[in-house]
Ligand binder design. Structure first.
Ligand SMILES: Nc1ncnc2c1ncn2[C@@H]1O[C@H](COP(=O)(O)OP(=O)(O)O)[C@@H](O)[C@H]1O
Ligand SMILES: [Mg+2]
Length: 385
């Protein structure tokens, strides 16, 4: 389980270290930095698949995602933010730690002067993997500085070989020799299993509304296109009871069936008061979206970490207690981070599960954890440049 998440210089997250529990709710008003936290977690996962450079490019490049305020933030009592030349190299740093392993990366801009049009491609300056909850020199398992990676051998000393990798590649994706450092491989596979769900499309042309050929689907696609197959898989692996229970909490008296016609699977929801079941094409946005969350959360193949961004979006307030039950059910099988703006969802969750709440707020443009004093902040050390 992950216990700590650390972000530095990513958008409004100038310097944030938060504790994670089995089920963490990240709350806070608009603009407090919730979505930025969600995206920071995604970036970490992208780095393990080697997509950090591309993912940052999609957001407008590293310079625009870096914290736009002064290096040390703005102190209380300062009436005017003054420009000040940065005294140290600015980097985007992301990391997490759990009971077993920790990982941190430090991305920065290339040294100017090279003749290339890709001067904005971020480069890995440092990367570290360590065992145990804190980065200590003695706990390092793999250590990267610029292009050079060294790994610790089983005797505990550093291996003689230094491996070279490209500056734009993560050592997690590029260096995965199982003999040299098996832990790196384990860590990579764990991060790669992290699953993210953001807003599902439910408009008239949404993929989830169409019937399609079904194959066994333990993991719902991000666009929900395989909704019927995912729900049928949940039923066939023996989780039909969980499914019936959350459906009854959401739509009392309703039953769900998956129909197959010439191999094309479609969802049919039989609702109280209606003479015939409705197909996915006919369901309301909110009902369809709830079914998508059901398929995502009751997954028969739970990931190491499941991250949901504002799952309450476009759901009728009456459905939020059922969504809370669904999230609590999923939290028994997987670690969950739920970013939410809806107080009623957060309250409903606290009634049915053990929730760790992280309340974000913005102070002088910078995201802070509400009420977090120096002593409440989880211990965290970055690898130095
Ligand atoms: N590079 C940056 N530096 C500092 N602040 C930024 C940067 N980019 C965006 N922001 C600010 O970060 C805030 C966080 O937004 P967001 O994470 O979307 O909040 P929420 O999801 O909680 O509504 C926004 O108010 C935005 O103005
Ligand atoms: Mg947001």
């Amino acid at each position: 389980m992950l216990t700590t998440l650390a972000v530095e210089n990513y958008r409004s997250l100038r310097d944030l270290v938060i504790p994670l529990s089995g089920l963490t709710v990240v709350a806070g008003p608009n603009g407090s930095g919730k979505s930025s936290l969600y995206r920071a977690l995604r970036l970490l996962a992208d780095a393990s698949r080697n997509g950090a450079v591309a993912a940052l490019a999609r957001e407008g490049g590293l310079p625009s995602t870096l914290w736009a305020g002064p290096e040390n933030g703005v102190r209380r009592g300062t009436s005017r933010v003054q420009g000040k030349v940065h005294t140290k190299a600015v980097g985007l740093r992301l990391g997490f730690a759990g009971d077993e392993f920790g990982y941190a990366l430090d991305l920065g801009l290339p040294v100017p002067g090279k003749t290339t049009m890709f001067n904005l491609d971020p480069e890995f300056k440092r990367e570290a993997v360590w065992s145990g909850p804190y980065l200590r020199p003695a706990a390092l398992l793999a250590d990267r500085a610029g292009p050079s990676v060294r790994t610790r051998v089983s005797s505990g000393s550093w291996g003689d070989d230094r491996f070279k990798i490209r500056l734009t590649d993560s050592m997690l994706s590029e260096f995965a020799d199982p003999r040299a450092c098996p832990e790196l491989l384990v860590l990579r596979e764990r991060i790669r299993s992290w699953r993210f769900y953001d807003h599902f499309r439910t408009d008239a042309d949404a993929p989830a509304r169409q019937s399609r050929i079904g194959t066994r689907t333990p993991v719902l696609a991000h666009d929900g296109a395989d909704l019927a197959a995912a729900l049928q898989t949940i039923i066939e692996v023996g989780h039909a009871e969980d499914l019936a229970e959350v459906l009854d909490a959401a739509f009392p008296g309703s039953t769900l069936e998956v129909h197959s016609q010439d191999g094309l699977l479609s969802v049919q929801l039989r609702q109280h008061g209606l003479l015939r079941p409705l197909s996915a094409a006919e369901l309301s946005d909110g009902t369809l979206r709830f079914l998508l969350w059901v398929a995502a959360l009751l997954t028969p193949r739970p990931p190491e970490l499941l991250v949901l961004n504002e799952p309450e979006t476009s759901l009728h307030p009456d459905l939020l207690p059922a969504l809370a039950i669904l999230i609590a059910t999923a939290a028994k099988e997987t670690q969950l981070v739920v970013v939410s703006h809806a107080q009623s969802l957060i309250r409903a969750l606290a009634e049915v599960a053990d929730v760790g709440t992280v309340e974000l707020e913005k102070e002088y443009g910078e995201t802070k954890v509400a009420g977090q004093g120096r002593l409440d902040r989880p211990s965290w050390h970055w690898p130095s440049r």
